[in-house]
Write a protein that binds this ligand. Structure first.
Ligand SMILES: [Zn+2]
Ligand SMILES: [Zn+2]
Length: 123
């Protein structure tokens, strides 16, 4: 705490480890979710095949990326566009891989509005 230089180094190290962990974890649940569900976006119903599968992403319904039940009850397959839309309401969680992805409207941070609309939407 007293030495800010070493604290920055620690932070960088922790962050690198975190990104690595995120990537591994993402690969794990993504694989499972893709086995479990048909390759269709849950919002716009766009269909995917192996060729464009990288555009289909795994969304966490409760926005908790550590909540990965085996039955897939916390996962929803969304295309990158619908997923982005979903998260623009629930920013600034870690956006691994896209440091350039921050947008001005990300300041509207209202997680519970999203949860509320989800409950009302019956999903
Ligand atoms: Zn979609
Ligand atoms: Zn998501």
């Amino acid at each position: 705490m007293s030495n800010s230089k070493s604290r920055d180094a620690d932070f960088a190290q922790v962050r690198a480890a975190q990104l690595d962990y995120n990537a591994r974890r993402a690969a794990g649940y993504r694989e499972q979710a893709l086995k479990l569900f048909p390759w269709i976006c849950g919002r716009c119903a766009r269909e995917f095949e192996r060729r464009n599968l990288s555009e289909l992403t795994v969304h966490h319904v409760d926005h908790d990326h550590d909540n990965n039940p085996r039955d897939g009850s916390n996962w929803e397959l969304l295309c990158i566009y619908c997923h982005d839309e979903e998260h623009s309401k629930f920013e600034n969680f870690v956006r691994y891989g896209s440091a350039s992805g921050t947008r001005p409207e990300a300041a509207r941070y209202s997680p519970f509005a999203d949860l509320k609309s989800k409950m009302e939407g019956g999903e």
